[in-house]
Design a protein around this ligand. Structure first.
Ligand code: GYE
Length: 336
């Protein structure tokens, strides 16, 4: 009797197990993620956010491609995800335009695309976008500068900008926002050259600026922290001082841990956050699609503007009062 039941159990298990294995793997959601590259601290935090959320333990099979800032490689990556027939494709678009053809291919294959961080500006064939308002970041930096310069009694602002990767929506939005404010107040925008969002790029552009515009500038705007790190090295070498109370007001974007440490150390005068932790919101979008719901087309990340106490000033964007966050050790500790 015992022997018989054992045989039955074994036979049942043999019949059921393959089916169970199939249905278990059916539950796994496969995702292809075409990431911009690895150019900055921000990017490292963005990649980690996706890898943490879309882990095997959480029921995902993530194919991650680092596109190394190469637009063609990014389109290739998306096409390889279509070949693999993944369930979802996540794209952080290096460049804002040139996407309609490949997004049509995703649509034809029935694979929903979720865009994160940077925007796609010439196609709406994606399910949702989760990211930041880069123009608002630029407006914030500009309006802060106006209020801060007024408080310090600085009348003339001569600005050098080290921009991000040309044609990326992060670069376009930050330049648009800041330059709009600069024009409104009649500041002198001396030059704007790209540092490609890298430390090496920031250093190279700043070395050239220090030679070409020696003694002619009092504001340097870096469109991310890594460019600011490079610009600081170049200014150190050229004997230009920066940060509160020094020759140059140094503005940065991203506000990653190392950027905030430089705010705390009195090197970066103010840092305008771009929040890279989009993945939990992307997971929400996927859950909604899985449940047959239509997700919000645009989801905006919450961000903060950082400075030391003495550099905190009141300012508004389009009539909306902005709050600034004072950088402390606890704030740095909590940052990505
Ligand atoms: O500011 C920069 C990164 O797309 C918002 O890309 C992102 C930007 C970020 O390399 O550090």
């Amino acid at each position: 009797m015992r022997k018989l039941s054992a045989i039955i159990v074994t036979a049942l298990a043999a019949a059921l197990l393959p089916a169970m294995a199939v249905s278990a793997s059916d539950d796994v959601i496969s995702i292809g993620f075409a990431q911009v590259g690895h150019e900055s601290d921000w990017r490292t935090a963005s990649t980690k956010s996706c890898q943490d959320v879309f882990s095997a333990e959480n029921g995902y099979d993530l194919s991650f491609v680092d596109c190394d800032n190469d637009e063609a490689a990014q389109k290739e990556a998306v096409r390889s995800f279509i070949e693999q027939d993944v369930d979802y494709i996540i794209i952080d678009p290096i460049i804002a335009t040139g996407w309609d053809t490949v997004l049509t291919e995703c649509e034809d294959a029935g694979i929903p695309v979720i865009v994160i961080d940077r925007t796609i500006d010439d196609s709406d064939k994606y399910a949702a976008w989760v990211g930041s308002n880069f123009k608002t970041e630029g407006l914030a930096a500009g309006e802060w500068l106006k209020a801060y310069a007024d408080k310090q009694g600085i009348e003339e602002l001569n600005v050098l900008t080290i921009s991000g990767s040309t044609g990326s929506s992060a670069q376009i939005g930050r330049s648009e926002g800041f330059n709009e404010v600069a024009e409104k107040y009649g500041w002198n925008l001396i030059d704007e050259q790209t540092g490609d969002f890298t430390e090496a790029g920031g250093q190279e552009v700043m070395e050239n600026y220090c030679k070409s515009y020696e003694g002619q500038f009092n504001v340097v705007v870096c469109q991310n922290d890594n460019e600011a790190f490079g610009a600081m090295t170049a200014m150190d070498n050229a004997g230009v001082t920066y940060g509160p109370g020094n020759d140059v007001i140094l503005i940065s974007y991203d506000a990653c841990t190392a950027g905030l440490e430089d705010v705390k150390a009195g090197k970066i005068t103010a840092d305008f956050e771009c929040n890279p932790l989009a993945a939990p919101f992307v997971e929400e979008v996927i859950k909604q699609i899985e449940a047959g719901e239509t997700p919000e087309k645009e989801v905006y990340m919450v961000e903060h503007w950082y400075a030391l106490e003495d550099q905190v000033v009141d300012f508004e964007i389009d009539g909306v009062a902005q709050e600034m966050t004072v950088v402390t050790d606890e704030v740095i500790e909590a940052q990505y």
